[in-house]
Design a binder for this molecule. Structure first.
Ligand code: LIP
Length: 254
C-alpha cells in the first residue's frame, strides 16, 4: 500500500473509531476555548502506530503528542473540530497530511458524520468518495462565501477586523470550527474561500493538498516556521485569488 492509499484507509478507520464516542468522550481544557478529549489521544495513537508500521522511517507530528520534522513528514490531527465533537455537533473530522521534502503531497480527511472521505495526491486530483472535486467558478466576492476561522491564538480585534474586511468587500462569512472541513468545502466548490489568521500545520496540511488538486490556490503556508509554529492561511479559487488575498491581507504567491 502506498502513502496515498494508507492515508485514505486510515482516515476512514480512525474516523469510525472517533465516532464511537461522539459527544460523550471525557474532555479536558488545553487553554481558553481549546479542549482535548480522551478519544483525540486514542485516535492519534491508532494513526501513529499504523504509519510507523507501514513506513517506519517517516517522521510524524500530531496535535496531541507533537513530534519532529523530517523529509518524509506526516501531519495528523486525530479530531479536527474537537470543540464540536465534544459538544455533539456533527462537524468534525480526521485529517492526515503528508509532506515530501516540505511539499504538501498527500491529503486525506474523513468526516464520520456524513461518511465523507476526501483524498488527494499531488498531480492526481482531489476526490470525495471517489468523485472528482473542483473549486467554485465564482468570480464575484459579492456572491461569495468565505469561512473565517477563529481561535484565541490571535486577538479578537484582529478577527473582527478580518470579518469586517470580508463583509465590506461584499462577501458572506461563516465560522464552523474545523479548518480541515473548511478547506474541504473550498475544494468541493461549496464555499469560495477559507481564511484564518493563525492555524496549525496538522489542521490544514491535508486540506491544502485537496484545495490545490481541486484547482484552487493557497498561500505558502509551509514557508518559514509553518510546520513547527503554524501560520496564517488563505485558500480560494483562481478567479478570486488576487481579490481575496488583498481583502484578507494574506498574500498568495504567483
Ligand atoms: C481547530 C481548527 C480551527 C480553529 C480552531 C481549532 P482543533 O482545531 O481546525 O480552524 O479555528 O480554533 O484550532 O483544535 O479542533 O483540532
Amino acid at each position: 500500500m502506498d502513502r496515498y492509499e494508507l492515508a485514505g484507509e486510515l482516515a476512514r478507520e480512525a474516523g469510525r473509531l472517533a465516532h464511537t464516542a461522539f459527544g460523550t468522550s471525557a474532555t479536558k481544557s488545553k487553554g481558553v476555548h481549546d479542549v482535548v478529549t480522551e478519544m483525540d489521544r486514542a485516535v492519534e495513537r491508532h494513526i501513529r502506530s499504523a504509519i510507523a508500521k507501514a513506513f517506519p522511517g517517516d517522521a510524524i507530528i500530531g496535535e496531541e503528542e507533537g513530534g519532529g520534522d523530517g523529509h518524509r513528514l506526516w501531519l495528523i490531527d486525530p479530531i479536527d473540530g474537537t470543540a464540536n465533537y465534544a459538544r455533539g455537533i456533527p462537524h468534525y473530522c480526521v485529517s492526515i497530511g503528508y509532506l515530501e521534502r516540505g511539499v504538501p503531497t498527500v491529503g486525506a480527511i474523513f468526516d464520520p458524520s456524513h461518511d465523507g472521505l476526501y483524498v488527494a495526491e499531488r498531480g492526481r486530483g482531489a476526490f470525495l468518495n471517489g468523485a472528482r472535486m473542483a473549486v467554485s467558478p465564482c468570480d464575484d466576492l459579492a456572491t461569495a462565501t468565505v469561512e473565517c476561522g477563529w481561535s484565541t491564538r490571535r486577538p479578537a480585534a484582529d478577527y473582527i477586523a478580518l470579518v469586517d474586511r470580508v463583509l465590506a468587500a461584499g462577501g458572506a462569512i461563516r465560522r464552523v470550527g474545523s479548518g480541515a472541513l473548511g478547506l474541504a468545502d473550498v475544494a468541493a466548490g461549496r464555499s469560495e474561500g477559507y481564511a484564518e489568521l493563525h492555524i496549525n500545520a496538522w489542521d490544514c496540511a491535508a486540506g491544502i493538498v485537496l484545495v490545490r488538486e481541486a484547482g484552487g490556490f493557497t498561500n505558502d503556508f509551509f514557508a518559514g516556521e509553518g510546520v513547527a509554529r503554524g501560520n496564517p492561511l488563505i485558500a480560494t479559487n483562481a478567479a478570486l485569488c488576487a481579490k481575496l488575498a488583498d481583502v484578507v491581507g494574506i498574500p498568495i504567491p504567483g
